[in-house]
Design a protein around this ligand. Structure first.
Ligand code: PMP
Length: 419
């Protein structure tokens, strides 16, 4: 085993030097429970490279002031640094115009924005919003809320036992009543990559708009919204190695232009009188109030960092790691993988005979291994698989085969205690 590991790490050493990349992430270099930390909770939140921390500190040390408001030098510098991130996100997502990028607090905020504006305006009695069984609660609850308010219906497309969308059923369910199709690009609990181009074509043929929840995709796949053809795309900064509390929404400009504001306040107006207010054009119309300026700047640095590594190179490395992890976990007696889609990234979700997911999480933590245990904000999906919870190891490009071996060792310990 040892020799093989060295060989594989070597294969990547020219194109993808994981050991040197790890040094960019100070949090990875620590001991937990007396052992070197193995961080396998990247789907919940990835770690932050030094360049992101430095970009945010630079803002606070040198340019700290408000954006869009001041004629003074600090405010101009802050505004320039902040607005420079919009075209970075435009490029990252393959959007046509930077005005199609709205800064948000994250994916949840972005989906709520679309539900509360586009949804509220365009849904009526008898209309349908089509989602899937594998959605995160943040791509269920906002639609449920707006459907209830507008007398519309939430329709759910089923998945098969491998955790793949049943495309025949999806085609049948996507009809003339469907006004919005909202689904995960990648499932956080299964790792399934959905065929989003095909889904977008089907939805557009039915006259529906498509929102993709890209929270789990953005760090693991090259995203191109122009190629996919989707109408909205949401992602979070903290899952792409940026700070928490920030993210972005891509929206096709013609749609954003026709949407009412999300929240009212400063920065989103053209002119205010007590009788009447007119609103700014997108994206400012959807960005009321002082934003999380440092976090936006940090997100820009994270996207630069990712571009430097190359999302495609990181994805290729991760794919090999996922395949290795899948093989090794399959060999553990009594372990059942939840989510075995053919198209899959990053996630190893599983249950073990006799052990609750939380016990697995606690025993692994005792060995310095961080995994997620729970329903992963996908309770309907857990119901579909007939389990209350799973343990989930989720990978990033800084993880290694040796760390997977540590996980397997830890799971053998769980088996010896509970098996
Ligand atoms: N959708 C998916 C698929 C996710 O994994 C997450 C985060 N777990 C979210 C939405 C919500 O993201 P955030 O909490 O950053 O708003």
């Amino acid at each position: 085993m040892g020799a093989e590991l060295v060989g594989v790490e070597k294969q990547h050493s020219v194109a993808f030097d994981v050991n040197s990349l790890r040094r960019d992430f100070p949090a990875l270099d620590q001991k937990v429970s007396g052992r070197p930390l193995v961080y396998f909770d990247n789907a919940a939140s990835a770690q932050t490279p030094l360049c992101v921390l430095e970009a945010m500190e630079r803002f606070y040390r040198e340019d700290r002031s408000n954006v869009h408001r001041g004629v003074h030098t600090l405010s101009q510098r802050a505004t320039a640094a902040y607005e420079a991130v919009r075209p970075k996100i435009q490029r990252f997502l393959g959007a046509e115009r930077e005005q199609e990028i709205v800064f948000t607090r994250g994916t949840t905020d972005a989906i709520n924005l679309v539900a509360a504006t586009y949804g509220r305006k365009n849904l009526g009695p008898g209309d349908e919003v089509l989602i899937t069984t594998m959605e995160h609660h943040s791509n269920i609850v906002p639609w449920q809320m707006v459907c209830k308010e507008r007398g519309a219906k939430l329709v759910v497309a089923p998945i098969n036992d491998a955790g793949e969308l049943e495309m025949d059923r999806f085609r049948e369910l996507c009809g003339e009543r469907t006004k919005i199709v909202a689904l995960a690009h990648v499932s956080n609990a299964l790792g399934t990559v959905n065929p989003v181009e095909e889904i977008t074509r089907i939805a557009h043929d039915a006259g529906a708009v498509v929102l993709l929840d890209g929270a789990q995709a953005a760090a693991h796949l090259e995203v191109d919204v122009s190629e996919i053809g989707c109408d909205f795309y949401a992602f979070s900064g903290h899952k792409v190695f940026g700070p928490t509390g920030v993210g972005a929404l891509y929206g096709r400009y013609a749609l954003l232009e026709a949407m009412p504001p999300y929240q009212g306040g400063g920065d989103m107006i053209r002119r205010v009188t007590f009788e009447e207010t007119t609103y700014a054009d997108p994206p400012m119309r959807f960005e009321a109030g002082t934003p999380n300026i440092a976090a936006v700047i940090g997100l820009g640095a994270a996207l630069d960092y990712l571009r430097g590594i190359g999302v495609a190179a990181a994805a290729a490395y991760e794919a090999e790691l996922l395949s290795y992890g899948t093989q090794r976990l399959r060999d553990i007696e009594g372990l059942r993988l939840i989510g075995t889609a053919r198209e899959k990234v990053s996630v190893l979700s599983f249950v073990m005979e006799g052990a609750h997911a939380h016990d697995i999480g606690t025993i692994l933590d005792d060995q310095g291994i961080a995994v997620r245990a729970g329903h992963h904000c996908t309770q309907p999906l857990m119901d579909r698989f007939g389990v209350p919870a799973t343990a989930r190891a989720s990978l990033a490009f800084y993880n290694t085969r040796q760390e997977i071996d540590r996980l397997v060792e830890g799971l053998e310990m769980v088996r010896s205690l509970f098996g």
